[in-house]
Design a protein around this ligand. Structure first.
Ligand code: FEO
Length: 400
């Protein structure tokens, strides 16, 4: 049965939730599920803003049929050609033979590659600055490359001041009826998942996100409608300022996050001791993570959040311990920069982890390693205790 909500005079939310999904993009755990949004504008012309994921396509098609109230669908704007928003294009193509698809040239190429449909006579190719009138409503197209794919366009509807923002400003997690950010405790319940979503999906492309924020700052925005999670109709600064921080790799919390990779618990012991000493130095909200236990997407998200990061790793096969290596690779892949770093290594016969970690951090931008680098041989010694105490003092002094 249909499940539609009117969000503006002529704009309807048609989205749906997948609560069974385990891994978004088959990579990121989503224990609270995933929401997929799209919108219908009903004017002299009817216009669907994006499609939906295959997993919830049945719900979407019922919603669309209901919301159209027997009218034909004139346009489908495809802002982003990732399949989590596009699986229904072939169905809609058949269901609405008069429907024109409005999208970027790159997206049409992808559409052909994904779905092998011939859109030639039913395509309207748009680029930055183009407009499309629906009657009372007018769509203005804005190019947003790499937020999240190269073909992405955003759309500003100037009559209502609605920005259809594609993947930007979304979050992991299914919604529960409250589809507006002001209907939930966003900062308390959703901010961390919004950061984990942004950082892992788009985090690599900070400058491109900055470019989009600059374009958005010139618009008179009354509502932001993303393709995932909540619609914003007030307190825009809350989400825009977060995106500014995340896309400039600016930490939100000036404190220490300790990541350890430990085989028998001795490297963990050093991490726990360091955390306690940091607390004694007055550091607050220190966090300790086991890289083997916590999902990498969460670790990357926390690394974006914290100003000061400690990597404590066992040596394994003369390399950095596997789960720590995975984390470092992901941090580099996501362009993390501008952090203060502490290092701890462990090795029973040939400790190698610190040098290997140092080499990787050197390939990242502006990572400042603080001395001393603590070298453990099997388990924490009295000498290591003193080194950890000095490291705690240095990290605290370098964490403003
Ligand atoms: Fe929600 Fe990049 O797709």
């Amino acid at each position: 049965m249909y499940n539609v909500r009117k969000i503006n005079d002529d704009i309807y939310y048609l989205g749906a939730n997948d609560r069974r999904i385990a891994l978004f993009e088959n990579v990121y755990p989503v224990p609270e599920g995933m929401s997929y949004n799209n919108y219908l504008i009903k004017d002299e012309k009817t216009c669907l803003m994006d499609g939906i994921d295959e997993s919830v396509s049945r719900q979407f098609l019922e919603n669309l049929t209901y919301a159209l109230e027997g009218r034909k669908l004139d346009y489908m704007v495809v802002q982003h050609m990732e399949p989590d928003h596009c699986s229904v294009i072939p169905d809609l193509f058949k269901m609405y033979p008069e429907m024109k698809i409005v999208s970027s040239v790159q997206a049409f190429k992808m559409m052909e590659n994904f779905y092998h449909i011939d859109t030639k006579d039913r395509s309207i190719v748009i680029k930055e600055g183009d407009t499309l009138s629906l009657g009372k409503h007018e769509l203005h197209f804005i190019s947003a490359p790499m937020v999240h794919w190269p073909e992405v366009m955003m759309t500003y509807e100037s009559t209502t001041g609605t920005l259809f923002s594609a993947d930007a400003f979304g979050a992991f997690g299914a919604m529960s009826g409250n589809i507006f950010a002001d209907e939930v405790r966003w900062d308390h319940d959703w901010r961390d998942e919004a950061r984990r979503y942004y950082v892992n999906i788009v985090g690599k492309y900070g400058p491109q996100t900055q470019a989009v924020l600059k374009k958005a700052s010139t618009l008179d925005i009354k509502m932001i409608c993303p393709l995932h999670a909540h619609i914003w109709r007030k307190d825009f600064e809350q989400i825009l300022s977060r995106y500014h921080q995340w896309s400039t790799y600016e930490p939100q919390r000036y404190s220490v996050a300790i990541f350890y990779g430990s085989i028998y618990g001795n490297t963990q012991n050093a991490a726990e001791i360091l955390a306690m000493k940091l607390a004694e130095e007055g550091m607050r909200s220190v966090m300790v993570f086991d890289t083997s236990k916590t999902d990498t997407s969460e670790l990357v998200s926390r690394a974006f959040q914290y100003s000061t990061l400690v990597f404590a790793s066992a040596t394994y096969n003369a390399e950095v311990f596997d789960s720590m290596q995975n984390l470092l690779t992901e941090l580099k892949n996501h362009n993390l920069s501008n952090r203060t770093i502490g290092l701890v290594e462990n090795g029973s016969w040939a400790p190698m982890a610190a040098n290997k970690m140092k080499a990787q951090l050197a390939s990242m931008k502006n990572m400042k390693i603080v001395d001393p680098i603590v070298k453990i041989q099997s388990s924490v010694s009295e000498e290591n205790l003193k080194q950890l105490e000095v490291l705690a003092k240095e990290l605290a002094a370098n964490t403003k």
